[in-house]
Ligand binder design. Sequence first.
Ligand code: AMP
Ligand code: MG
Length: 449
Amino acid sequence: MAFAPQQAILALGDGFYDPVTPATFPQTILRYRNDRAAASVGLEGLSDAEWIAHFGRFEPLPGSLPQPLALRYHGHQFRVYNPEIGDGRGFLFAQMTDTGGRLMDLGTKGSGRTPYSRFGDGRLTLKGGVREILATEMLEALGVETSRTFSLIETGESLHRGDEPSPTRSSVLVRLNHGHIRIGVFQRLAYFQDEDGLRTLTAYVLRHYFGEPDGPDAPQRLLAHVVARTARMAAQFMAAGFVHGVLNSDNINVTGESFDYGPWRFTPSWAPHFIAAYFDQNGLYAFGRQPEAIYWDVMQLAISLRLIAEEAPLIEALEGFAPAYQQGEAEAILWRLGVQPRDAASDRTLTEALEKALHQSGVPLDLFYFNAFGGQLSDQFGSEFDEVRSRLSDYRPRKARDHAYWQGSPCGMHIDEVESLWSAIADRDDWAPLSAKISAIRRMGEALA
Ligand code: AMP
Ligand code: MG
């Protein structure tokens, strides 16, 4: 497919963003180019030199945005409203359509200071970039709707961070997202009582991300879509055993595509209190609280839309979250179990029994799902799994276990391994373990897909 540039965002008007200038980096060393993602938007044919010119020096892509735009947004961070955020170390670099006809964005992380940088340096550590590659590759393989890490370029600066041994190496990352409209973009407009802005943005999102026209009921239709998508995202996190870590309303994309990976972790077992971010002492975003946290964020969207809509239809839309979550969880778990869905009631019963058994037994999730794929759970899982085992036997596999992945051992992504992949780079500049891991993740992805 040929590159199909877009500039849809410009129609929103300049109250939604600030044109910015990218940082100039002392070095641009290409560390990761995602040709699979590039092929989805017709950019796989770029030479490495062209790639670096666009994704390290941010020379515009022909026909797309003439200049990078720092997007304006607010948001609740750990439930405290912050009107001072916005794209502080990133910008929207380009828009285009993908092979599926979807409007996509290339956005950056670590590309320099903007009007929203506050006390920050506008930079991304190399370790932060490597961690975002690992999170996105793993989530994609596990069937989670996620942004793709498109490019990572090392930039040759020394950064100081409280949570990494410093000085530490720098990088600039480009991600491919299905839009960058966060709940916080709506919250900012509501904060300024900008009803026209809210109507314009609602129509933009409905048109470009949900394929629907504007109309008097636009706000509630929009909210219903966001409810459905974000509930599915929450469900997919739970099936993947993923803990995002920072589910603030500025990190929630209205398309329900997960993105912005900082202190994420995968939970080793079904442990509701498992926490990813060291600064989340109260466990607000712990593994088991993620659906509730995401719902809380979506409620903030409803509150913002209240300026341009009646309360009753918004509440009705919000009430869709719990059923959408339950259905999404069953779908995501059955998918990971490698079996075909039956009827909603049986699927729900199986999911509940499974959650209970996983929680009580504390078995490693990777091992469990690896063993159970296709529906035949081995005896190594004890009596806590009796109900799961018998219910599963009514299910048919959705895929044969004939991929070579099933002859080996489960591919996980736990903190010790993440740290050791990083150490190889930090200590010896050895990138081989990272590429081997990416290949292993993609093999698992093929086995599951
Ligand atoms: P995050 O927690 O990554 O979602 O970021 C929250 C806010 O802080 C956003 O407005 C970011 O752009 C901003 N931010 C995070 N790190 C930096 C940095 N190093 N320099 C400037 N802004 C930053
Ligand atoms: Mg963020």
